[in-house]
Structures are given as C-alpha cells and as structure tokens.
Design a protein around this ligand. Structure first.
Ligand code: AP5
Ligand code: MG
Length: 219
C-alpha cells in the first residue's frame, strides 16, 4: 500500500506517519527528516538544502525527487511506503506518478490532513524534536518524561531552526501557493481522502485508518 500524507506544516504528518508505519509495517519516508539529516552531517546536499529550509522555501525539485526515487527503490518499500512531505508541488507529483507507473505501481491513498491555521501555529511554535531519532514532542501537548531528553533513544531534544515565528509564516504561505494545488490534482484522480486533523492523536489515527478502508472500497 502506497500512501501520501498531505497537509500543511504542523498538520501532524510526521506524528501520524510514524504510527501508521508501525501499524501497516511499511516505512515512513519523510523528505524533511532526510534533508535535516543531510544538513546535520554537512553533506553537499545538506549544504545546498539548508539555505532553502532556513527561510521556509522548498528545496529544488532536482535534489528532492532524486532522493525520493532512490529511497522508494529500496527493498523495504516493496510492500509499500508512507510519503510524508512529498510531493510538495505539481512537478514533484507528476514525476512521482511516472516513476511509479514505470515500475507497475501507483499511489493508493492521499490522506489530506485538514487543520486550522491557529492550531498549526500553536503546534509548530511548541514543537520539539529528537536530534537522533526525529521523534516529535510538544511543550504542552506531548512532553517527554525527562525534560530535554528523548523518551525513545535518550538523545537531546531541540527546536527546529525553521520553527520560528517568521519562518512558520513563510512555510504556511509556501504550502498555500505550491502544495495546496495537489488537493485538486489528487481529487481528480480519485485518490484524495480528506480527514479532520484536529483532536487527539489516536482519534486522528483511527480517522485515517477508516479513510483508508473506505477508500479501498471506492477505487
Ligand atoms: P518538513 O520537515 O516536511 O516540514 P513541514 O511540511 O513544514 O511539516 P512539519 O514537519 O513542520 O509538520 P508535520 O505535519 O510533520 O507535523 P508534526 O507531526 O511534526 O519540511 C521542512 C523543509 O524541508 C521544508 O520547508 C522544505 O524546505 C524542505 N522540504 C521537505 N520536503 C520537501 C519537498 N518535497 N520538496 C522541497 N522541499 C522540501 O506535528 C507538529 C507538532 O504538533 C509536534 O510537536 C506534534 O507533537 C504536535 N502534534 C501533532 N499532532 C497533534 C495532535 N493531534 N494534537 C496535538 N499536538 C499534535
Ligand atoms: Mg514533519
């Protein structure tokens, strides 16, 4: 099963992607996490990507598309994958569609996570992330057991460089202009499953699982 999690910054793509990855035993592929790992390790790709990420702009399609293509060819993606943060514009969606079609595959479900702007800003400004395993925390909604330490791997928890007020605003604008057109793109293909992304994390997981089940019967 090949799933895309589509939604604005802070919609919960990373949070739900990790849960769904365990539930369906397929990998979560977060382009943001892969790019941040490259930035951390100061790879050539990371150095190029950083200047875009720090101002909330999209990294060039050439970099990101190649990265995703390499990842979905890996053996652990044979039974499926969950894309978190990709595609991010129409050009990326077109390339993804063609690459999968060439391999005799396709996207099964595009989960559209709908969350209001006020909630997105609250979630992003309070988010904290593990430097090592990228587990998500929040200073109000989801605190670690020991302050500043990841429950899962014991590494340090930090605030992402792009979770500042100014960059959050830029990222939300980029979503509206470049990513939101994908809602129509995938609706026209009969793959878009909108879900209410507000409320408790486990309730949202259930809503997504229900949408996947329902989508299976409608396609
Ligand atoms: P990326 O890392 O993908 O960031 P994003 O899309 O801005 O999304 P976020 O990770 O901020 O939000 P999320 O939806 O994952 O929410 P989360 O689950 O963490 O991309 C970063 C940058 O990389 C981009 O700006 C761009 O530069 C570049 N990039 C990445 N992909 C690219 C691509 N394809 N093309 C070009 N450039 C690309 O949740 C947020 C917070 O809310 C957390 O604290 C969490 O604990 C909390 N939370 C989640 N759900 C709930 C809930 N139900 N109730 C309460 N709190 C909740
Ligand atoms: Mg994320």
């Amino acid at each position: 099963m090949n799933i895309i999690l589509l939604g604005p910054p802070g919609a919960g793509k990373g949070t739900q992607g990790k849960i769904l990855s365990e539930r369906y035993s397929i990998p979560q592929i977060s382009t943001g996490d892969i790019l941040r790992a490259n930035v951390k390790n100061k790879t050539a790709l990371g150095v190029k990507a950083r200047e875009f990420m720090d101002r909330g702009a999209l990294v060039s399609d050439g970099i990101v598309v190649g990265m995703v293509e390499d990842r979905i060819r890996m053996v652990d993606c044979k039974a499926g994958f969950i894309l978190d943060g990709f595609p991010r514009n129409l050009a990326q969606a077109d390339v993804l569609g063609k690459t999968l079609a060439e391999a005799g595959k396709g996207i099964d479900h595009v989960i559209g996570m709908e969350v209001d702007k006020k909630t997105l800003i609250k979630r992003l400004s309070g988010r904290r992330v593990c430097r090592k395993c990228a587990a998500n925390y929040h200073i109000v909604y989801s605190q670690p057991l020991n302050q500043g330490i990841c429950d899962k791997c014991g590494a340090e928890i930090y605030q992402r460089d792009d979770d500042t007020e100014e960059t959050i605003g830029a990222r939300l604008d980029v979503y509206e202009q470049e990513t939101k057109p994908l809602v129509k793109y995938y609706t026209d293909k009969g793959l878009y499953r909108p879900i209410d992304g507000m409320g408790a994390v486990d309730q949202i997981t259930k809503t997504i699982a229900d949408a996947i089940e329902k989508g299976k019967h409608n396609t």
